[in-house]
Each structure stands twice: as structure tokens, then as C-alpha cells.
Design a protein around this ligand. Sequence first.
Ligand SMILES: [Zn+2]
Length: 307
Amino acid sequence: MSYVGPDFDPPQPRRPRRRLTWIAAALVPGVLLGWLVYEGVGASANGNGSDTAAVGTPTVSSTSDDSTEDDKKPSPTPTASGSGSLKGKVVVIDPGHNPTNFQHTAEINRKVNIGTNWKECDTTGTSTNSGYAEAKFTLDVAHRLRTLLEKQGATVKLTQDGDRTYGPCVDERARIGNKAHADAVVSIHADGAGADQRGFHVILPGSVHKGAADTRKIVAPSAELGERIAGNFVRATGSAPSNYIGDGTGLVTRTDLGGLNLSTVPKVFIECGNMRDSKDAALLTSGAWRQKAAQGVSEGIVSFLRG
Ligand SMILES: [Zn+2]
């Protein structure tokens, strides 16, 4: 999610930048064209169900995964060609939050230095109205993404794999990518915005240079990575770019996220959809859709790494 918690403050007001204008000019036709083509051919990735079964305080452990047989089916989206072509490339996947963060509030509320500011170590993340936790979603997509990238020959590392009781903290999440000398890092999330706010967006690092934060060298390659992920995400999932942030581009630049500020390697976040919207939630809780989401992110990364 991107609206609650220390690493997910509301985005700063947009500041016009020439580079962003260029990005938007370069990306919008591609993203929107892909989306329109998808819509035009009548394919529908939208689930028909709703996620309105329960209203009230969601829990992160009350709802089991909806993994079904279709989880095992390969995505209809064609995979990038070439086996082993990413040999020697390192990709770090950062599954946002942690399924048991909520049991460790003292630890995750501890402040860490993100260069430009001090922020809490980590947050619990959001969930659908029926209780499917963002942290569970992020880990599932990360596993699918790891499988796809490893098939392409990449070396893949996760910042957490359900193997620790909380966190890691946002500064450590960044350091894991840095120490791995990752060629690309993607942090997987789903948003917690309002009902009827739909679609995905990719978050790019803005230029910051303060304290331990210096993103100046990763701004351009991260934008490239993010554009490629956004374009491929549209194609693989049929989802439209966010209708509530990013002016329809599916891209948002932020300077308040520790996970981006402290990165020294190309890195983006992706908010795959809005867990609080019933239509998006129907997608996010579908194993078949999560496979498409992983496929889209994978193809974006592969495209970026092949240059
Ligand atoms: Zn999140």
C-alpha cells in the first residue's frame, strides 16, 4: 500500500520536471496503446466476483489463500524468448511488508534513517475487505516472479521469504539489493486506496541526495525499468494504469520511500492494484491473475536487462 504508514506517505505534490515530461511522452502511448489493444480484442482480466463479503476490521490471518487449480496453469501470455539469456544477471525481489509484522508492532515502529528522514522500520500493509493480506499477496507474486526469472537464467534473491518474524526494515531491504549488486530490484505491493480507485502504478525513485540517500545515478535506469514493467504489466494483465494517481501513465515518482532512497541499484515499486476496491480485489485474490501479474513484471525486467 502507499497511503498509510512510514514508507507510504501520500505522494508529494507533483513537481514538473523535464525528465518526467519525457518519460510520460515516451511511455503513455505504449502503455495506453497496450491497454486499448487489450480491451479492443475483448480479453477480460476482470473477475466477476466481488470482495465485499465482510465489512469491518480485516485481519491478516483470517482468510486463506484462494489458490486453486488454475494457479498451476501457465499464463497465456507468451514468455520472453530465449533460455538462459539472463545468466549472470542478479534480480532482487522485495515482497512488501511481512505476514507477521502485525505481531511485532514495537519492532516495526522503530525508526530507521532513510537519508532524507527517519521512518518506521516497516508497516503491516493493507488487506482486502475480506481479509486477504497484502503481505500474503506480495509473497505469492514474488514466488511466481522468482520462478519465471530463474527460468530465464537470472539469479534471484528475495529480501524476505516468510522466513523471519518481521521486516526487514526498509533500510535493510534497500541494502539487500545493494549488497547483491542487483541489476534490477522490484518491490511488490498492492495499494490500500478508496473504493472505485482502481489500477496499478509503478513508483520510480526521484532524485535525492541527502545523508545516506543518493539516488542520482539510479533515477534514469530505474525509470527505464519502471516504464518497461508498466508496459508489460498492461499487456500481461489487461489492467489499466491507476485512475487515481499518475495521471493515467501508471508511473509515479516519489522521494519519500526509504526503500528507493537508499538504493544504489535500479529499483522500482509496483502497486499491482487497490485491495480496497472490490473489482481490483477480485483480481488480486485470484491465483490466475497473480500469475499474469508476475508474468508482466518478469517480462518488464527481462526487457530491461536485455537492453
Ligand atoms: Zn505495501
